[in-house]
Every structure is written in C-alpha cells, then in structure tokens.
Design a protein around this ligand. Structure first.
Ligand code: DON
Length: 571
C-alpha cells in the first residue's frame, strides 16, 4: 500500500477520493460541489496522510486508529508542523459512549525552567532564545497523546499503525511543489543546526518536487515507538538522544522531564450557540473559551442583514474579538498553575455586559478596552486533522511544533525536529516580549507548566447528533478562523467548500490592527472599515482549515482549505 501511495500525485489522490463518491450535490449556480460519503471522511493537510488514514478505516480500523496513523504520517510527510517532537490537543466524540472528551498533550516547561530564563542581566529579552534552538523546546507531548488516544479506544495493533509511518520515512515519499518551496525558503534557518541540515539538505541539496525524501533516522525513532509504545520515545535510546541534544545546545530538558510527561484528559469547553452544542479545547488552550466568547457576544445579532464580507459584519466580529482577546491576555493560562475563571468567562450576564461596548459602525480603540495586557503573536505553522468514521466517532486534532519546523533543531541520530513552544509563554510578564507584545501573569513561565495555546480543535453536535468537526493552524488567528467558519456554516449558510475558501479577517485587540487577507476584500469594504476607525493591514493568506460536515442522515462531506495542500476524502 505504502509504495502505491507515496508515488501518487495530488491530482491522482483527488481522483481516488472521487471514486468513493456516494452522491454529488450541485447548487443552482452549478459552482458548489459537495461530495457526500456514506461511511467516513477524513480531512488533513496532506493527501498522503488522508489516504493512509482512509485505508486504515477501510481495513476495519476506527477513527482512533486513523488518528494515530495520520499523526505519525504527518510527522514524516508534513515536517513543517507534523511532529513527534511537539504537542497538541485532541477533541473526541465517542460513537459508543456519546461522550465528548479531550486530551491535552501540550508541551510542558522543563523542571529547570524559570520565569526570567529568556532575559539578560538587564532584564531585556534575549533575541531568538525562546524561538530557536534547544532552550526554546518544551517537553514534547505528541507521542504520549497519540498513545493515550489509541489506548482509549484503538482497535488495531499500535505497532502496525506506527510502522506504516516508519516505512514511509524509511522508503521515502515524493516531495510536492509546496514542500520544495518550503525547503528553499527555510534553508538558512534549517541549515544552522547540523542535525537538521543532514535531514533536509543531504549533500547540501534539498529534495525538489518529484524527488524522493527519505528520513532514515526518523524511521529509526518511529520503529522504536512502534515496538515499545510511548516508552520508545520517553525512555531509552530516543530519550537519551533528546537529552544529549539538549546538553550539546544548552537546553534544559532532562530524562526526568521526559519520563514524567503525562497527557491529561480534560473536560472540553462546552457552550450552546443557537441550537448547537459546541465543544472545543479548554485551558491550557485559550481556543475554546475565546471562540465561545466571540460567538456568544455575536449570538443576538440578526445576521440576515449582513454577508460574510460586509463591513458591518467584519466590524461586529472584530469588536467581539477584541473584547475576547483582552480577556485572553489576563485570565488564561495553565489551570494547574492559575485559577482560570472559566464559568465567569462564558457567563451570560458577564457577556451581556461586555456586549454593551460593541457599536455597529465604530471601532473602539485598543486602550478603550480592558483588561490591560496582551497576547503573543504566534507564527505560521501548525496542522489540524478531522476524522468522522462509520461508527459515529469524531476526532478533531490540532498539533504543532509552533513555528514552521519548530526550534529548527533536530535530535541527533533520530532526525526529528523539536518544538519551540516555550515562546507561547509570556517571556516577560507585563512587558514587551520578543515580538513587541506583552503577556500576563497567568501565562508566566514556571517549571512543569503548559504554555497558553490558541489551538481550537472543535466538534459540534446538532440535536445531539454529529454535525461539524473542524480546526486550523494560524497561531492567534486559529481562534478567529474557527469562529468565522462556524458562523459561515451556520449563520450564512455557506457550504464547507465555500467556508474553506472564504476571505479571512482578524483582530486580536493588540496590536490595534484589523488584518484583512490580501486580495479578498474590495476597496469599498476597506474604506468603509477605515471610516469606522480601523487601521487596516492586508496580509498574505493564512489558515489551513480541515472541516467535516455530517448531515442528519449521517452522510458526510468535508473540505480542505484551498490555501494549503490538504485533501478531504472518504468512502
Ligand atoms: O499553541 C498555539 O497557539 C501556537 N503554538 C500555535 C502555532 C500555530 O498555529 C502556528 N501555525 N500556523
């Protein structure tokens, strides 16, 4: 199977997806096409990962098995963000118990971490220390997270699932144009560490489109994980090598940090929006609470008066976002270290009061909004995948190395990249951080603490039945992309394909800028928004939404963001 898959082009993979079409719906314009699948659908950022996940489902596996194989395969074929050296969050709706639960497999600060670890003796932030190299690395959670998912309800052998990914790393996969250009763009950053240069620039030359990319060292790590479960990563040779890499480059992670790492099962954030039950990630991700605040602030407005590109809607959404992001800066952090006022943040009376600050055609300035404090800017690489299987299991996973290729540092001998997630902490609470922004006390660095995230893997039920599974990368923009997608699917009645393609806009309170996706908004819209008082900044495209929609008769469809190279397919 692997040989067949790795040699297929994107177009061929799309065709294979189409073979399993059960129904095709055309709207009256004949433009929208939604493919409905009877059994299962998967949406990931990589055609290879989607097809391998689908094959596992067809071979009798369930969504848990598919999630494991996809998680490890993305670490091979989507190295910018797919990972074993990072962490993330999974939302799960179990088809048998009908419960919605979540696993937090976020990275943790090493035991030796301390609040001022990125500051010099004058208390200035040391450039790049929290983003590049060994000190930027949080204790990875991905392998433990995927293992917990599999232990919970996987049906296939763990070793068989992980071996599929190991074999792709071993025998190689065909590089696409997207990855070729990523290797070209990141050359300087990725060649600064010999261990990383060796993987992606063998003989000083990155693989080009249609070349085979083999990762023999990564394969070794994956075979060990396949054979020994999570211990293959957190104990033994791989763990020793992570620690040796830390020692060589001045990092803090020890064997005890690795050995003690535990994923945490958590109750997801749950709130009602219209008649929907929305479940998303709880702290240490801010995603669920902030998506919830934005939607609840907007709930009473009559959306039939707007369209998703209209200045009035963009204004309402952005004003709600500013209020929610202001709360993020102050009230959200790892709940084991900081008492997050969860109930209050989503309380009706509280949000009714906050809503009074929103005006229909006016942008409040950032200083008119409290509380003070800011969030960090996160950069542009993470990945999300969504799975719905024939047994009613839904899985929504966002995981990441943080910025593209994480800390850029690969583990010696095992060829996998380590995250730079420590930068998601407030590197200097209360004052400007590396990016010129500030964070709060709630998210200061402490040993064993999990840094605040914006990742928002989301599952939505309608009348207790599966309805939507979605998520995206995008740093702080994850939150606004997910909230906009929910509104576009439920209030503007766009389908999944249109929702995935829709222009994005983003305001996070500070900086006091309204970001509009380049080329997606008309000059008239931009000048009307400016007349409301917004400082508008166009920015290149972002997001890589992976959405699944399930209709009342359980037919499924989905869409992968056209900005990425992903594929949605089913059978
Ligand atoms: O946890 C977070 O919020 C960030 N580390 C996510 C980074 C991200 O989404 C970058 N990708 N686009």
């Amino acid at each position: 199977m692997i040989d067949k898959i790795k040699n297929r082009s994107y177009k061929k993979l799309q065709f294979i997806g189409a073979v399993f079409i059960c129904a095709v719906i055309l709207n009256c314009s004949g433009i929208k096409i939604e493919t409905l699948y009877e059994n299962a659908v998967i949406s990931t950022a990589s055609p290879i990962a989607t097809e391998i996940g689908l094959q596992v489902l067809k071979d009798g596996g369930n969504a848990y098995d598919a999630a494991v194989v996809i998680g490890f395969t993305l670490a091979v074929v989507h190295p910018e963000a797919g990972n074993i050296g990072g962490g993330g969050f999974a939302l799960i709706r179990d088809g048998k118990s009908l419960e919605v639960r979540s696993i937090d497999f976020r990275e943790t600060a090493p035991k030796a971490a301390f609040e001022t670890m990125y500051l010099d003796s004058d208390s200035n932030v040391i450039e790049n220390l929290s983003t590049v190299g060994a000190k930027a690395v949080g204790v990875p959670g991905t392998v433990a997270g995927l293992y917990a998912l599999w232990e919970n309800n996987g049906t296939m052998q763990w070793s068989d699932l992980v071996t599929i990914a190991a074999e792709i790393a071993d025998s190689g996969f065909i590089v696409d144009a997207y990855l070729e250009s990523s290797f070209i763009n990141k050359r300087t950053e990725l060649t600064q560490f010999e261990t990383t240069a060796r993987i992606f620039y063998p003989g000083n030359q990155a693989p080009k489109e249609n070349d085979l990319c083999q990762q023999k060292q990564l394969a070794k790590a994956l075979y060990l994980i396949a054979a020994e479960g999570k211990d293959g990563f957190y104990l033994g040779e791989v763990a020793d090598s992570i620690v040796a890499t830390m020692v060589a480059h001045g990092g803090l992670i020890t064997l005890a940090d690795l050995q003690d790492y535990q994923p945490v099962w958590r109750d997801p954030v749950h709130f009602k929006f219209d008649s929907l039950d929305i479940y998303s990630m709880a702290p240490p991700s801010s995603g669920g609470v902030i998506v919830g605040q934005i939607l609840k602030l907007l709930e009473p407005y009559d959306f039939s008066r707007y369209n998703p590109n209209s200045p009035k809607y963009i204004n309402l959404f952005s004003e709600a976002s500013k209020l929610a992001f202001a709360d993020r800066s102050k009230h959200l952090g790892d709940p084991s270290f900081y008492d997050v006022p969860m109930e209050r943040l989503l309380d009706k009376d509280y949000l009714d009061g906050r809503r009074e600050q929103i005006e229909l055609e006016n942008a409040q300035t950032a200083d008119a909004i409290s509380p003070g404090g800011m969030m960090q800017v996160e950069s542009d690489e993470t990945t999300h995948f969504s799975i719905a299987d024939k047994d009613g299991n839904l899985i929504s996973i966002t995981y990441t190395l943080n910025s593209p290729y994480g800390s850029k540092l690969a583990v010696k001998g095992f060829g996998f990249l380590l995250n730079n997630e420590m930068d998601d902490f407030s590197v200097k609470p209360g004052e400007q951080n590396l990016y010129g922004l500030i964070g709060g006390e709630a998210n200061k660095i402490e040993p064993n603490k999990r840094m605040l995230s914006s990742m928002s893997p989301t599952i939505i039920l309608k009348e207790n039945e599966p309805f939507l599974v979605l998520g995206t990368p995008g740093g702080s923009k994850i939150i606004t992309v997910v909230a906009q997608a929910i509104l576009s699917l439920t209030r503007f009645d766009l389908n999944v394909v249109e929702t995935a393609a829709l222009g994005r806009f983003h305001h996070q309170w500070i900086p006091d800028l309204l970001y509009l996706e380049d080329g997606k908004f008309s000059p008239e819209t931009i000048s009307e928004l400016q007349s409301y008082g917004y400082q508008v900044k166009e920015r290149e495209r972002y997001s890589d939404l992976q959405i699944i929609y399930i209709d009342p008769s359980h037919f499924k469809t989905g869409a992968s963001d056209p900005r990425g190279r992903g594929l949605t397919a089913g059978y």
